[in-house]
Design a binder for this molecule. Structure first.
Ligand code: NAD
Ligand code: UDP
Length: 318
């Protein structure tokens, strides 16, 4: 039976994807260097005969020699820190995994005749001047700032994918993922939903950077995972960049108020300096995903937050 490889399998999206695939009977190999991911995220797969874990850095070519990679026919390349806090703490690692790492995975795909989905990001649009962002928009990215190591590395990762598709006809697809959430992030992940929910549940000050008027569009993990799997399965997605995200746009202040209300928290909402180059508005057009994948998200923010809060509560009480 063919195998599916997930890089970044011990991370947030990778571990959720691995669980979904293994539960449906697929054989999955997860690779991770455990830089931001945790083996805890995979603990319920530890005893599964259909799951194997390799601790390895995919930006180094040496992992390609691993015999376990024979018969891999589908590759989800998700390895890369995603939280600004972590990708900025290791800028060269972030650049390496998205550039050399992406090239290594493309080589593996070519060698094995495998399909590949590359996890790019809405950050490829930078601080967008066009709204909502469709895949034709070329973005507004600063090369000379703290987010550049992530944004530009992802953009170069996309270029590698384009060249392998163009020159070798590889069945590679690029997912520009917009902010995805649920429980399962590290307590210290630093991204907005995990910060606000853990702060609200702990009765601590809820931190808003800037005045909270900046916007994001939040996609619940099950929707993102379904969209990514559609990308892998659909031939129409080969050689395409496709936005995967939720079209509903919220200010960060609205999100904070919603979290406060849903948790019934006494926490105060507090305001702090806005990080440099923090994008002002972000909202995907998912017209292309609707057309090519017949996919759209199903979980509304309030419902997704309810599920997230419930899971964090259980974790807290455990
Ligand atoms: P995460 O930090 O939870 O997971 C990333 C995983 O990659 C971690 O387990 C980390 O240890 C691993 N990793 C990093 N460098 C590696 C390397 N060199 N070799 C092997 N493993 C390595 O992040 P996430 O939220 O699960 O994001 C997964 C992917 O999706 C990333 O590529 C990210 O850029 C992309 N993405 C995520 C979001 C989101 O909202 N979560 C949005 C846009 C794009
Ligand atoms: N943010 C915030 N408070 C926090 C964490 C983040 O106000 O505790 C803001 C951040 O400045 C950004 C938005 O929330 O405007 C989303 O941040 P996140 O780090 O989750 O992801 P980004 O989309 O910026 O990569």
């Amino acid at each position: 039976m063919n195998k599916i490889l997930i890089t970044g399998a011990a991370g947030f999206i990778g571990s959720n994807l691995a669980r979904a695939l293994v539960s449906e009977g697929y054989e999955v190999i997860g690779i991770d260097n455990l830089s931001t991911g945790r083996l805890d995220n995979l603990s319920d797969l530890a005893d599964s005969p259909r799951f194997a874990f390799l601790e390895s850095d995919v930006s180094k070519e040496s992992f390609l020699e691993r015999p376990e990679l024979e018969r891999v026919r589908e590759i989800f390349h998700f390895a890369s820190a995603a939280s600004p806090k972590f990708y900025q703490a290791d800028p060269f690692g972030t650049i390496a995994v998205n550039t050399s790492g992406t090239r290594n995975l493309l080589q593996l795909a070519l060698r094995n005749g495998a399909k590949m989905v590359y996890a790019s990001t809405s950050e490829a649009y930078g601080d967008p001047l066009v709204h909502p962002q469709d895949e034709e928009y070329r973005g507004n990215v600063n090369t000379w700032g703290p987010r550049a190591c992530y944004d530009e590395a992802k953009r170069l990762g996309e270029v590698y994918c384009y060249e392998y598709w163009k020159q070798f006809g590889l069945a590679v697809k690029v997912a520009r993922i917009f902010n995805t959430y649920s429980d399962g992030l590290r307590q210290d992940d630093g991204r907005v939903i995990s910060n606000l929910v853990t702060q609200a549940l702990g009765g601590r000050d809820m931190t808003i950077y800037g005045d909270g008027s900046q916007t994001r569009s939040f996609c619940f993990i099950t929707d993102t995972v379904n969209g990514l799997r559609r990308m892998m399965d659909r031939e129409a997605a080969n050689g395409q960049i496709i936005n995967i995200g939720n079209e509903k746009e919220y200010t960060i202040l609205q999100v904070a108020n919603l979290v406060k209300e849903l948790t019934n928290s006494p926490s105060r909402i507090t305001f702090h300096p806005l990080p440099q180059d923090d994008p002002t508005r972000r909202r995907p057009s998912i017209r292309k995903a609707r057309e090519l994948l017949e996919w759209e998200p199903e979980v509304e923010l309030a419902e997704g937050l309810r599920r997230t809060i419930e899971a964090y509560r259980n974790r807290k009480d455990a």
